[in-house]
Ligand binder design. Structure first.
Ligand SMILES: *Cc1c(COP(=O)(O)O)cnc(C)c1O
Length: 395
């Protein structure tokens, strides 16, 4: 039988591992030996759970969306990560990793950010825990995402502009790795998604698995069943999706559905659909699917949604797709915007553009009336209002 959990040496099937420069080998080994014990310790769990409850506002509701259900002829429940403090699921992970850093005796936090969501979540937790924090961000993204840059600065973080390459997310990751190489002793790198070298994908999956854990209890309360027929989530690097799937990975009664960003179409140059159009390569310390040219140059990804605009994918999702355990749809920009308007008008919930990608899969599946569908709304749409306004005739 296939297993979808990580192997001893950090692989999900053919994907994963830790491909890091020599100077980081020791940091990664230290983390690898420490993380499971620390994450499972009573001290960690007590502090992590207390903050999730009183600071983040968990458990996030599982909301039965009646009008949406009616439209798609299934019983659709929305897992409301959009209601978390700072507006998305990313805070679950940021809290956990900064706590982990403290327990490992690290005194300085670094992170990368694309749209700024992970940067804001990390800067938030660093303010809370009084940790100095540097966020690497591509200059192109800084120009596009000024409100998040200002938020990070207000929270006390140093935002470091990256001017190499296309000056976007992958360049920011490279710069953060370079910083880590220079300060391996005192610095902890907080990774924003289920990507990067082992053990990061597993750390992020465990920290986001709170989503799945809550779904089990809430679904039972609401429907009398402890498993849905479908679990649905969008995938950038894959953290909200693996958090949603986590406790159902081996439960084959549950169909796992993911959406990646097609941009203008997965078979065009303007796409971020890594599973549809990527090939096996090494990106940011992990063997996974990568958007690249035939000679291995990483291509610039393209999506209307900044949070899905990444040229790689978490190794667990490459594996879930390759084995057929998860079915992955490529959703184009215009489909996502229409789906965001639909949820807004049917349920009065403005979703993040990222989350809109998974909502856009609903019309592509033929449900039975009795099907129970749990769909994770990874974040709220406040940050995307400019884009929604631009496409207001899609309403
Ligand atoms: C960052 C982000 C995503 C994509 O990240 P994953 O790691 O794939 O979950 C999705 N939704 C929102 C709201 C985000 O901010």
């Amino acid at each position: 039988m296939d297993t979808y959990k990580i192997s001893e040496n950090g692989y999900y099937g053919d994907f994963g591992g830790a491909y890091v420069p020599e100077v980081l080998y020791k940091c990664i080994e230290e983390l690898k030996h420490a993380y499971i014990g620390l994450l499972e310790s009573d001290d960690f769990q007590k502090e992590y759970r207390a903050l999730l409850k009183d600071y983040v506002g968990r458990p996030s509701p599982l909301y039965e969306a009646k009008r949406l259900s009616n439209k798609y002829n299934a019983r659709i429940l929305l897992k409301r990560e959009d209601l978390n403090h700072t507006g998305a699921h990313k805070i679950n992970n940021a809290i956990g990793q900064v706590l982990l850093a403290k327990q490992m005796g690290k005194t300085r936090i670094i992170a990368e950010t694309g749209a700024g969501q992970h940067g804001v979540a990390t800067a938030t937790v660093c303010a809370l825990m009084n940790m100095p924090c540097t966020i690497y961000m591509g200059e192109t993204d800084i120009q596009r995402q000024m409100p998040n840059v200002e938020r990070m600065k207000m929270l006390g973080a140093t935002v470091s502009s990256v001017t190499s390459g296309n000056m976007t997310l992958k360049d920011a990751v490279n710069e953060a790795i370079r910083d880590w190489c220079c300060h391996p002793k005192d610095t902890f790198y907080v990774m924003g998604s289920a990507v990067g070298p082992h053990p990061y994908p597993d750390i992020v999956a465990r920290l986001q698995s709170i989503i799945s854990e809550e779904i089990k209890v809430q679904l039972h309360d609401k429907t009398g069943k402890d498993h849905p027929d479908y679990l649905m989530a969008c995938v950038g690097g894959g953290s909200n999706a693996i958090g949603t799937f986590y406790f159902y990975l081996e439960d084959t009664r549950v169909k796992l559905i993911a959406a990646e960003a097609g941009g203008q179409g997965w078979n065009t140059p303007f796409t971020a659909a890594t599973i549809h159009s990527g090939s096996v390569g090494i990106l940011h310390g992990s063997k996974t699917l990568v958007l690249q040219t035939a000679d291995g140059q990483v291509k610039e990804p393209f999506s209307i949604s900044a949070g899905l605009d990444y040229p790689g994918i978490g190794p667990v999702h490459a594996h879930l797709a390759q084995t057929g355990r998860a079915k992955v749809y490529s959703i184009n920009d215009d489909e996502a915007v229409r789906a965001a308007y639909e949820l807004t008008r049917l349920e009065g919930i403005i979703p993040a553009l990222e989350s809109a990608h998974i909502l856009a899969v609903l019309p592509k599946i033929k449900f039975k009336k009795s099907d129970v569908v749990v769909l994770t709304v990874s974040g709220r749409g406040d940050k995307d209002m400019q884009t929604f306004f631009k496409y207001r005739d899609y309403a």
